[in-house]
Design a protein around this ligand. Structure first.
Ligand SMILES: [Cu+2]
Length: 284
C-alpha cells in the first residue's frame, strides 16, 4: 500500500515529461522601416514563409528537445548557429537544414547567422531561443541598433567598418517607439505583486542600458556575468551578444517608462522620442 502511495506521490510531483518541440524558421530578406522614412535592407528568421521584421522567437521549457528545420528563402547562402554551441550548419539558397538541440540549461540563447560575424547577424539574422523554467508571464526584448548604409554593404558582399559604427536607429523586436507598446510580447502589462519575467538579448553591436522607471528587477540570469544573478537593480547594462533574464515583482501600480539609458538609443534618425522606449503598465 505504502509503495502505491509513494508512486502516486512521484507521479504528482514529477514535472511533465520533456517534450520534443518541432518548429521551423524561414530566412527571408526584405526591409526594416523607421518613422523618419528610412528603410534598410533586412533579413530575419521568420516563423512562416511570410516576412516580418520581428524575428521569430523559440520558447521552450527546460528539458525539452528542439527539433528545428531552418529554410533559406534568401538568394545568398546563410549559416545557422545557436549561441554557446560550436556546431554551425551552412544552408545554401533554397535549401534547408535540421538542427537538434537539448534544452537542458535555462536561459536565453541567440540563434543567428555567424557568417562573417557580426556582419550577417547585424542585418537582422539574430533571434532568441528562450529556455524557461517557470510558468510565470514572460516578455521578450530582442534589442538591436542599426546604422544607415551598413546593411546594404553587407548584402553587397562587403564588410562594414565596425570601428566607425555610429548607429542611428534602435529597436526592440524590430520596432521603435511608439510601436513597441503595441507588441504584447514586448510591452510589460501586469498587476501589483505578479511575478513577471523579462527575457532580453542584445543582438546589436552597441552596449545598451535598459532603465526601468518605478521598479527594481532581479537579475535571474546573465550570459556575460553569471555572478550578477540575484542583483536587484533598476538599470541593466547589456553588452553585444549578452542575454539576460529579469524577474520583476511590481510593488506599485502605474505606467512607468523603460528606455535605453544611453539616450541616443531613444532617438530614431534625429526624431525623439523613438527607439528603445516602452512602458510598464501595472494595475493595482
Ligand atoms: Cu531612465
Amino acid at each position: 500500500m505504502m509503495r502505491w502511495i509513494f508512486m502516486l506521490f512521484l507521479l504528482l510531483t514529477t514535472k511533465a515529461e520533456a517534450a520534443t518541440v518541432n518548429t521551423s524558421l524561414y530566412i527571408l530578406r526584405d526591409s526594416i522601416h523607421f518613422d523618419n522614412g528610412t528603410s534598410l535592407p533586412y533579413a530575419t528568421f521568420n516563423a512562416t514563409n511570410s516576412y516580418n521584421a520581428t524575428n521569430a522567437r523559440i520558447v521552450v521549457d527546460l528539458g525539452d528537445q528542439l527539433d528545428l528545420w531552418v529554410y533559406n528563402f534568401d538568394t545568398d547562402v546563410h549559416e545557422f548557429r545557436i549561441q554557446g554551441q560550436t556546431s554551425t550548419v551552412s544552408i545554401p539558397s533554397g535549401d534547408s537544414a535540421q538542427v537538434l538541440y537539448n534544452c537542458n540549461t535555462e536561459g536565453v540563447y541567440i540563434f543567428h547567422d555567424p557568417m562573417n560575424f557580426p556582419d550577417n547577424a547585424s542585418v537582422g539574422l539574430s533571434g532568441m531561443l528562450v529556455v524557461k523554467n517557470t510558468t510565470h508571464a514572460g516578455f521578450f526584448w530582442n534589442i538591436k541598433e542599426h546604422q544607415v548604409g551598413y546593411n546594404s554593404t553587407v548584402f553587397t558582399g562587403s564588410s562594414p567598418d565596425w570601428m566607425t559604427y555610429y548607429p542611428e536607429h534602435f529597436t526592440i523586436n524590430g520596432m521603435s517607439n511608439p510601436n513597441i507598446n503595441n507588441d504584447p510580447s514586448a510591452r510589460v502589462v501586469g498587476n501589483v505583486n505578479d511575478t513577471i519575467y523579462i527575457y532580453m538579448a542584445n543582438t546589436g553591436q552597441s552596449i545598451h542600458s535598459m532603465h526601468l522607471h518605478g521598479y527594481h528587477a532581479t537579475i535571474v540570469y546573465s550570459s556575460k556575468d553569471p555572478s550578477h544573478a540575484g542583483w536587484s537593480k533598476d538599470s541593466m547594462p547589456i553588452f553585444p551578444s549578452e542575454t539576460m533574464v529579469l524577474e520583476l515583482v511590481p510593488n506599485q501600480p502605474g505606467e512607468y517608462p523603460v528606455h535605453d539609458h544611453n539616450l541616443i538609443g531613444t532617438t530614431g534618425g534625429n526624431l525623439y522620442p523613438q527607439g528603445m522606449f516602452t512602458t510598464l503598465l501595472i494595475a493595482p
